[in-house]
Design a protein around this ligand. Structure first.
Ligand code: IVH
Length: 676
C-alpha cells in the first residue's frame, strides 16, 4: 500500500468507529452524542474515501447500510410464547356463532352470558417487545408466529414505545401490539416521495411495514411510526385476571393503549359496539379494519386454549369489503407450479377505500367466469375483503359493450402449448406437462426461493427467469451448484451482487426441515402441513420412505394429502431433485418433539456467555425435550445454566437455592434426556 492508501485506510477506520458509536448512542442508548450535521459530514467523508480507494471499503462499513446496499436479512427471534393469529367473522351471525362455540366449549348454558372485551382492530403490523429486568431488550415481528425477525433498533425509533418499565412490572415479559402509521404521516410521506420520484405507498399499512423492515434505523425514524399495545406473551408472573385489567396495566406502565375498547357483559353488547364501529372509524386518525372480540376472563381464555395457532377465546370481526367500479382491459391465464391454470382479470387501476390501488383480480376458474359471466370490456364491481386478493363481485350488465363475447379458457397451455386437462368434477384446468412446461418450472423455483420456503434473498421473479433462460438451473436444487463465475456473465450482474446471491443460496442450506418440505412444492402441502411432517418424520429420507398409512396416521393429515406426498416421492424428477439436494449437503433434521418429554415440568434459565451453543439453540433444546425456558430466575426455576461471566441471575439463583449447572453439565443432561 502506498502512504496515501495507508492514511486513507486509517482515517476510514476511525470514521467507521465513530459512526458506529454514534449509531449505538442514537438508536440503542437513545442518547445522541453528536449533531446530525456532524454525523452527515463524517458519513460523506467516509463515502468519499471508500469511493476513491475501493480497496479499503469493508462490508460492515456504516456506508453499506443505507439505500442501495444489498438487503441483508434481520436475525431470527424466537418468541417465548407463540404469537397467535385470529379467526375471522364477517357478520353478526358469525359473531353469535363464535359466542355459541365459546359457551359450548366451556360447558355453559346457552342462556348464560359470557363477558367480552371488544377492541378496535388496528390495521398495522404485530410486534413483540421483550423486557428483561424492566428494560427493553429486543423487539421482533410476528413472523410465522413462532419465529419473527429481530427489529430492535427500528422499534427504538418509535417514540411511544417505553424503554423501561416501572418497578411493579415483572423481571421478564413479552408485550405485544401493533405498529401503525397515521393518515397524516402517510399523506406527508407519499407527497414527499412523489416529489422525489419514488414509488408511493398504496396504504398506511404498507408504508409502516416498509418502515419496520429498514436496515437503516434512521429511515425508520423518518417514518414516525406509532404503536398500540394489547397483549402479553411470555412473562415471569403477575398476569391480571381479565383482558380489560391487562390493558389498564399496560397503560399504567406507559404503553399506548387504544382508547376505544369496551367491556361487554354479553354478546349483544359486543354487537352493539360492532354496529357503532364504522362511525368511530370515521373519527380516527389511523386505519382500523375491524373489532377484536376477546373473552374477558384470562382463566376462561386458558380453559378455551387454541387450535393450532388460533385461539378459541378470540375472533376478529372484519369490516365489510371495500368495493369499487372499474373496467376489464384483458383476461390473462397464469400457469401455477402445479400446472393449474388461473384466469386473471387485468383492470383499469381503481382505488378501493381507504387507499389500496387494484389492477388485477383473480377469476379463479372457468366455472366462476361462467357463473358471473365476466367478459373482456365489462364494467365490474371489484372488492378486497380482509387481506385477500381482489376479486370481481359482479358485472354491470347495462354497460356491456355490444360486441363482447363470453371468455373461454384456452385448450392448450399458454406457456408450453400442451393440451390442457380438466378431470371430471374438478373446477381447475391443468397443464399436465409437469417436467417440460417452462411456466411450471419457473413457478416451482420461485416457490422454492420464496420467503416462507428457503427464503433466498436477491432471487426475485426476474432473476429466477434469467437463471432459467440462461440454462443455469432447471429446479431449486440446481441453485446449490451455482458458482460466482456462472453468474458474472449475466445482465445487470456485478461482482458484489453475484457474491451476495451465492452467499444467500449458501445461507439457505441451514433452513429448518419444515421449510425445505414446504419448498418442495408438494401439492396440498402448505406451511402448516410441512410443519407437521417435519416434526413427525425428522428428515427428508424418513418422509420419502413413509407409506400412505404412516402419513395418514399423522394427526390432521388425511388421505388426499398422503396420496399426494407419496405420488410426489414416487416420481423420477423428485429422485433427481433430492439427489442434488443431498449432494449439496441440504439435509436439515428436526428433533422429533414427541420423542422425549424428559424435561417436562422443569424450567431452565440460561445466563452468561455460552460457548457450546447459542442461548436460543439451548432454549429450543429445552422445549424440544418438553421443558420450559425462561428469561428470569424465580423460586419456580428448576435449573440455572451459567456460562461465563454470569451476573445477577446467578446471584439470584444462589440466594433462592436454585440448582446451578455448568454448560457441560447441561449438555450431559440434554444428551441423557434425548437418548431414550
Ligand atoms: S389480539 C390472540 N387485539 O390483528 C391475540 N390483535 O387478525 C391475537 N390486531 O395478529 C391478537 N388490533 O396483529 C389483537 N386489539 C387487537 C388488535 C389485534 C390489531 C392484529 C394483530 C393480530 C391480527 C389478527
Amino acid at each position: 500500500m502506498s502512504e496515501e492508501q495507508i492514511a486513507a485506510s486509517n482515517r476510514a477506520a476511525e470514521l467507521r468507529e465513530r459512526l458506529i458509536r454514534a449509531n449505538i448512542d442514537y438508536f440503542s442508548l437513545d442518547k445522541p452524542t453528536i449533531a446530525d450535521s456532524e454525523y452527515d459530514a463524517m458519513m460523506r467523508e467516509l463515502t468519499d474515501l471508500e469511493q476513491r480507494f475501493p480497496e479499503i471499503a469493508t462490508d460492515d462499513s456504516p456506508t453499506q447500510r443505507v439505500g442501495t446496499a444489498p438487503v441483508r436479512g434481520f436475525s431470527p427471534h424466537t418468541h417465548r410464547v407463540p404469537m397467535l393469529s385470529l379467526g375471522n367473522a364477517f357478520n353478526e351471525s358469525e359473531i353469535r356463532a363464535f359466542d355459541g362455540r365459546v359457551k359450548r366449549f366451556l360447558g355453559l348454558d346457552a342462556g348464560v352470558a359470557v363477558e367480552y372485551c371488544a377492541e378496535l382492530k388496528i390495521d398495522g403490523l404485530a410486534v413483540s417487545l421483550t423486557y428483561q429486568d424492566r428494560a427493553l431488550v429486543t423487539a421482533a415481528t410476528r413472523g410465522d408466529g413462532g419465529t419473527g425477525e429481530e427489529i430492535t433498533a427500528n422499534i427504538r425509533t418509535v417514540s411511544s414505545v417505553p424503554r423501561t418499565l416501572p418497578a411493579d412490572a415483572p423481571d421478564f415479559i413479552e408485550v405485544r401490539g401493533e405498529i401503525y402509521m397515521t393518515h397524516a404521516e402517510f399523506a406527508r410521506i407519499n407527497a414527499e416521495r412523489e416529489t422525489t420520484g419514488e414509488a408511493t405507498f398504496a396504504n398506511p399499512r404498507n408504508a409502516a411495514a416498509g418502515g419496520l423492515r429498514q436496515l437503516d434505523p434512521r429511515v425508520t425514524a423518518s417514518r414516525n411510526l406509532a404503536g398500540f399495545f394489547y397483549a402479553i406473551g411470555g412473562n415471569s408472573g403477575g398476569v391480571p385476571a381479565t383482558q380489560t385489567a391487562l390493558l389498564e396495566m399496560l397503560r399504567s406502565w406507559g404503553f399506548p393503549v387504544i382508547r376505544d375498547y369496551r367491556l361487554c357483559k354479553s354478546i349483544d353488547k359486543v354487537i352493539a359496539f360492532v354496529d357503532e364501529a364504522p362511525s368511530i372509524k370515521e373519527t380516527l386518525p389511523f386505519d382500523i379494519d375491524g373489532i377484536v372480540i376477546k373473552v374477558n376472563a384470562i382463566a376462561l381464555q386458558n380453559d378455551l386454549g387454541s387450535v393450532g395457532r388460533t385461539p378459541r377465546w378470540a375472533i376478529a370481526y372484519k369490516f365489510p369489503a371495500q368495493q369499487g367500479r372499474t373496467r376489464i382491459i384483458d383476461i390473462i391465464v397464469q400457469v401455477g407450479r402445479t400446472g393449474a391454470l388461473t384466469p386473471v382479470a387485468l383492470v383499469e387501476p381503481v382505488v378501493l377505500p381507504p387507499s389500496s390501488t387494484v389492477q388485477r383480480a383473480t377469476l379463479h376458474n372457468q366455472d366462476e367466469i361462467d357463473r358471473k359471466d365476466v367478459r373482456i370490456g365489462d364494467t365490474v364491481l371489484i372488492q378486497k375483503a380482509g387481506d385477500v386478493i381482489p376479486e370481481i363481485v359482479s358485472v354491470v350488465l347495462s354497460e356491456r359493450p355490444e360486441a363482447s363475447e363470453p371468455f373461454r379458457m384456452p385448450e392448450s397451455c399458454p406457456a408450453c402449448g400442451e393440451a390442457v386437462v380438466r378431470p371430471e368434477g374438478e373446477a381447475v384446468a391443468r397443464c399436465p406437462n409437469k417436467s417440460g412446461c417452462p411456466a411450471q418450472q419457473a413457478q416451482r423455483v420461485l416457490h422454492f426461493v420464496s420467503r416462507a420456503a428457503m427464503d433466498i434473498e436477491g432471487l426475485g421473479d426476474e432473476r429466477v427467469l434469467q437463471l432459467l433462460d440462461a440454462g443455469l438451473i432447471r429446479d431449486g436444487a440446481d441453485l446449490y451448484a451455482l458458482k460466482k463465475e456462472n453468474l458474472l456473465p449475466l445482465d445487470r450482474m456485478g461482482d458484489k451482487l453475484a457474491s451476495n446471491i451465492i452467499d444467500a443460496i449458501e445461507g439457505s442450506k441451514r433452513r429448518p426441515l419444515s421449510r425445505l418440505v414446504y419448498a418442495l412444492g408438494i401439492r396440498h402441502v402448505g406451511e402448516h402441513v410441512a410443519d407437521l411432517l417435519a416434526a413427525q418424520f425428522g428428515g427428508i429420507d424418513a418422509l420419502r420412505n413413509a407409506t400412505i398409512s404412516d402419513l395418514a396416521n399423522v394427526h390432521e393429515i388425511g388421505p388426499a394429502i398422503s396420496e399426494s406426498i407419496v405420488a410426489f416421492f414416487a416420481s423420477s424428477e423428485t429422485d433427481e431433485l433430492l439427489r442434488k439436494l443431498a449432494d449439496a449437503g441440504v439435509d436439515p433434521r428436526t428433533v422429533n418433539v414427541a420423542v422425549s418429554n424428559k424435561l417436562a415440568g422443569q424450567t431452565f434459565v440460561f445466563t452468561g456467555a455460552l460457548k457450546l451453543s447459542t442461548r436460543e439453540a439451548a432454549e429450543q433444546r429445552v422445549r424440544e425435550l418438553g421443558g420450559r425456558a425462561s428469561g428470569s430466575v424465580s423460586k419456580l426455576t428448576s435449573f440455572v445454566v451459567a456460562g461465563e461471566n454470569a451476573g445477577s441471575k446467578l446471584d439470584k439463583a444462589r440466594t433462592l437455592g436454585v440448582r446451578v449447572l455448568t454448560e457441560e453439565e447441561w449438555q450431559a443432561m440434554s444428551v441423557d434426556a434425548t437418548s431414550d
